[in-house]
Design a protein around this ligand. Structure first.
Ligand code: ZN
Length: 102
């Protein structure tokens, strides 16, 4: 499905990837461990999205994983979430905000 908004991708540096893999191995004792050097060789990125409230203009950047998990793609072309500031469910991706506010 085509996304009607943009997200930000930031690739991790080798040091960050190494640190993340080591942390993962320390954390997940029972699960198969990650091969740290293999992990460092692969492309790993964090994806975030800029969200803005249509009511009060409160803006925040959060992990796209969190947003996409609670996004019902059958209901809407874009994720909508609750505003921490004014408690309305009018928080939309920044691109959508700019389109609606025009
Ligand atoms: Zn708000």
């Amino acid at each position: 499905m085509q996304k009607h908004f943009s997200t930000k991708k930031r690739y991790l540096t080798d040091d960050e990837k190494r640190k993340r893999a080591i942390e993962f191995n320390e954390f997940c004792l029972d699960i198969e461990k990650v091969d740290v050097e293999e992990f460092v060789k692969s492309d790993i990125f964090d994806e975030t999205i800029e969200l803005k409230c249509l009511d009060c203009g409160f803006q925040e950047e959060i992990d796209y994983d969190i947003v996409s998990e609670c996004w019902d793609t059958f209901m809407s072309d874009y994720p909508v979430s609750y505003c921490l500031k004014c408690n309305t469910s009018d928080v939309v991706p920044l691109d959508v905000y700019n389109r609606l506010k025009k």
